[in-house]
Design a protein. Structure first.
Lengths: 250, 661
């Protein structure tokens, strides 16, 4: 069985973000990237499927990124993915176009399962998986917290606001991973070294026959002031005065 | 009169008996040699050891640890005493037997009669008899004590039938030895029989029950043979029973164990060649590690001290070593990882080194753990919070993953010179990640920097150029991440011509002292308590004065046990220190070493809770610490127990004193 795991690179959430001079996007000049944590969970789940239910599974990590994005695919390879495909593309894409590119890849590779993060921690769009299923005409199971193989399909536990919803789906399908699906393994340096021997296939949107057509345009971006000023007050009266001064209460 | 004093060797035994005796001796030694050879073959499965033996150290180790039994410490004083009795008793009886055989062969070589000994006579004989009779009692006493202990022990003590046989044969050998002596006294009418005082007592007893010249020969003959057969059986069984530890111990002690806190470096090339890292299979241990498995007699001193075991984690250093030993012995062993040793067991270790330190025979349980962890890391078998910390060290150079530019946040409002501001500094103040990013520990760095400035020390900090030492990464088994971080730091040190480093973190201290020289980073590294102590001695600073509130001091493992620094922090603290039961080099771990700092344990499962209780039981109002990890663990532990006593670094207490007057 073939499993495709789309992997997005996202800015390392621990660093301080700055805006570009035009304030149209974040400044990518000195930005470091990591593999989207939800996608890492998807990679881990694919590895577990290979370790338990489907020992013959072949796991292919796919990323749409500039050439440097290869580093984050290496993380997926170091974790244990069999091979990787990089769709080289420099500009930011909206989820619809990401889904179109992924659909083109999937039509070529013909996997039985697409496992991906429910969202990326940069824009938190939470749309790509759903768009992809729609474009492929496949069933989808989003926010998965447990995946089980039954007969010819999957039994997926979905985390919803109302509780755990258990659904059964046939294959092929798109499944998006939620936080509690698993804890991804650590890709240590030796495994990254070993991963260097694995191949990363390169392609472009043009080769896939997809011309990105933006549906969403980013007009501006601003940083949220997260500075907190702490002050110790002695009495409740003083607290009230301070809050009134700050116009928090009337 | 003493000239006639002796006894006949092989008295009452004919030529046939002697021939049978020698035949049995050959068989028994043969079995012994074969038994030892089998063990050696097991050890030889390991990676070859090319490190030469330092004979002087080897001799000294064997003299102090084995012969003088000086390494028997820990919370088992009675067992230690019994072991000394048994060991010294056995040793002296063994030497006595050797002396008798030397006498016998040299007399025979010189063509002397059996009744005309070479040296086994006169004053020598008097001393010999008194000594052997005394030490025989010691051996019997020791064996009886161990038997009593075994009878009373709970299920935590491993019981094998062989253990009882060993004790029984030691007792039988001791007691029948005295019987034979008593019978010999009757048979030979030895002059001055009182020198063999125990045997003489038995001779009186035997005489009282009717043993006399007429019937003594046959009884003596029978008992002598019984004693000999048991002795030969015992020798043959030695390499197959628990006493084999004595044989392996000689080898273990001859190969001097590494200093505490030092780890074996792995070369990148080696890994690229084999594609494997650490120990995934038994034969990836070194030969010395395997032979040390046999030196373990399962005494449990390590388990008594293990902080993870105390906290109920699935780790006992004793069981770990015994399980590895079982794995080595087994013809069809189960998998080393997962089956023989669980990952949970390996991750429970804080590498506090208490087990390494206490083992009388140089077994290093924690070193097996770090070797085995390296394999787990190589295979990606680490998840959750600690894995995230390693990832963050990898990409940001600190376990919190925070930007290097923020490394000076702690110094806000203070005038702290960086290596760029003050390139001609004498001392580099190594701040470490905790003080750079943890709000509470920042105050420690602020205290140290202010004290250094007050004493007009020409110092500087690396600021944004500093990276994690990689200490915890290395002890978690991530050797490559460690080597990468070490290489970066060493390059930075070279660039700024660093010679002397002062740090408030014992983990950084140990890494800079013991890890970095393996990669050509040689510096003079001192702990802030040592450095501040020098400044106090030079009258540039004041030590913390006698405080109205009582203080206890918690020794960090890597400062006290591993690097032996126990006096320097105490010299800075008030004299009315309330010591905890476990202090100095016998300190107990806070639970954060060996990468445990990065594990998310619920408060009630945390390692080091016992230590918190111990600190609270002193009724001190302040717990002084000298390690950022201890600071965090003790603070959190005390908060979890809803107590309000303060936890402060030694430097913070000093700053109070130096600012107040």
């Amino acid at each position: 069985m073939k499993i495709i795991v789309p992997c997005k690179r996202v800015p390392d959430p621990d660093q301080k973000l700055r805006l570009n001079p035009e304030a149209t996007d974040i400044d990518t000049a000195a930005l470091t990237y990591i593999l989207n944590p939800f996608d890492a969970i998807a990679v881990e789940e694919a590895l577990r499927i290979r370790e338990t239910a489907k020992p013959d599974a072949e796991i292919i990590a796919v990323s749409i990124a500039p050439a440097e994005g290869e580093a984050d695919l290496r993380t997926a390879l170091a974790m244990g993915a069999d091979r990787a495909l990089l769709v080289e593309h420099d500009d930011t894409l909206d989820p619809w176009n990401v889904a179109r590119l992924l659909a083109a890849v999937i039509e070529r590779k013909q996997p039985e399962l697409v496992l991906m993060g429910k969202q990326a921690v940069d824009d938190d769009a939470n749309q790509t998986g759903q768009f992809l299923a729609a474009q492929l005409g496949w069933p989808q199971a989003t926010f998965a917290s447990q995946i089980e193989f039954v007969d010819d399909g999957l039994l997926v536990h979905r985390e919803t606001d109302l509780g755990i919803e258990v659904i059964r789906t046939s294959l092929p399908a798109v499944v998006t991973a939620d936080l509690r699906l698993n804890e991804p393994r650590y890709a240590s340096l030796p495994s990254i070294l070993r991963a260097k021997k694995k191949s990363i296939e390169q392609t472009t949107p043009a080769e896939l026959g997809v011309q990105p057509e933006p549906h969403v345009r980013l007009i501006g971006m601003q940083l949220i002031n997260s500075q907190r000023n702490c002050e110790k007050v002695e009495t409740a009266t003083e607290l009230l005065t301070k809050l009134r001064e700050a116009e928090v209460i009337g | 009169m003493t000239e006639d004093l002796s006894r006949e060797i092989f008295g009452n035994l004919g030529e046939t008996s002697k021939a049978v005796f020698y035949a049995l001796a050959v068989v028994s030694s043969g079995v012994f040699a074969w038994g030892v050879w089998r063990r050696v073959q097991l050890w030889r499965q390991g990676r070859p050891d090319n490190e030469p033996i330092n004979w002087r150290e080897a001799f000294q180790n064997i003299r102090t640890r084995a012969l003088a039994q000086r390494a028997l410490r820990g919370a088992r004083p009675k067992a230690s005493f019994a072991h000394r009795m048994l060991f010294w008793g056995f040793l002296v009886l063994f030497i006595g037997t050797i002396l008798v055989s030397i006498e016998h062969y040299s007399a025979a070589a010189l063509g002397r009669e059996a009744t005309n000994p070479l040296f086994h006579k006169g004053v020598y004989f008097i001393i010999y008899e008194i000594t052997l009779d005394t030490f025989g009692l010691l051996m019997i006493g020791g064996a009886l004590w161990f038997a009593r202990r075994r009878m009373r022990a709970d299920s935590s003590m491993e019981h094998r039938t062989a253990d009882w046989l060993v004790l029984a044969s030691l007792l039988v050998l001791g007691v029948t030895g005295y019987f034979i002596e008593g019978l010999r006294i009757i048979r030979e009418s030895t002059p001055m029989p009182g020198i063999s005082f125990v045997g003489y007592g038995f001779s009186k007893l035997f005489a009282a029950v009717g043993v006399g010249k007429s019937n003594v020969d046959s009884i003596h003959f029978g008992l002598w043979w019984f004693h000999s057969v048991v002795a030969f059986g015992f020798i043959a069984a030695l390499p197959f029973c628990r006493l084999a530890h004595a044989i392996a111990a000689v080898f273990s002690l001859a190969i001097t164990p590494k200093p505490l806190g030092r780890m074996e470096a792995i070369s990148m090339e080696e890994i690229e060649e084999t594609g494997e890292v650490g120990v995934g299979r038994l034969e990836q241990f070194r030969q010395r590690d395997l032979l040390r498995l046999d030196a373990c007699v399962s005494c449990g001193r390590c388990e008594d001290l293990c902080p993870a075991h105390e906290a109920g984690k699935p780790l006992s250093p004793r069981d770990l070593v015994q399980d590895l030993r079982g794995h080595m012995e087994s013809a069809t062993p189960s998998a080393l990882h997962g089956e023989t040793i669980g990952a949970e067991t390996l991750w429970a270790c804080t590498t506090c080194n208490a087990c390494n330190d206490i083992c009388p025979l140089g077994v290093r349980p924690a070193d097996y753990i770090t070797d085995l962890r390296r394999h787990l890391i190589g295979e990606g078998e680490l998840r959750g919070a600690p894995a995230t910390s390693l990832q963050k060290m990898q990409r940001a150079g600190n376990p919190w993953g925070l930007p290097a530019q923020d490394r000076l946040t702690w110094a806000d409002g203070l005038d702290v010179p960086t290596v760029k501001d003050n390139p001609d500094f004498d001392v580099l103040y190594w701040v470490g990640c905790s003080a750079a990013y943890d709000r509470r520990t920042m105050k420690v760095a602020r205290a140290v920097a202010q004290l250094l400035a007050r004493a007009e020390v020409n110092f500087a900090v690396l600021g944004p150029e500093e990276r994690c030492t990689g200490e915890s990464a290395r002890r978690m088994g991530d050797e490559f991440l460690f080597q990468e971080l070490a290489a970066t730091n060493i390059k930075t040190f070279t660039k700024h011509n660093v010679k002397k480093i002062v740090t408030h973190c014992p983990h950084c201290l140990n890494s800079l002292r013991q890890d970095y020289p393996q990669f050509d980073g040689h510096y003079e590294v001192v702990h802030h308590t040592q450095f501040l102590g020098e400044l106090v001695a030079a009258k540039k600073l004041k030590a913390a004065a006698v405080m109205n509130e009582s203080v206890t001091y918690h020794d960090p493992c890597y400062l006290a046990r591993v690097n032996g620094i126990t006096e320097a922090p105490r010299a800075l603290l008030p004299d009315n220190l309330k010591e905890m039961p476990r202090s100095g080099c016998q300190t107990a771990c806070c639970g954060a070493g060996g990468g445990r700092m990065w594990f998310d344990d619920p408060a009630e499962e945390r390692i080091g809770q016992g230590r918190v209780t111990e600190a609270l039981d002193t009724d001190a109002k302040t717990v002084a610490v000298s390690c950022p990890f201890c600071l965090t663990m003790m603070t959190d532990g005390i908060a979890a127990k809803d107590d309000t006593i303060k936890v402060r670094d030694v430097s913070e207490l000093m700053l109070d004193e130096n600012q107040s007057r």
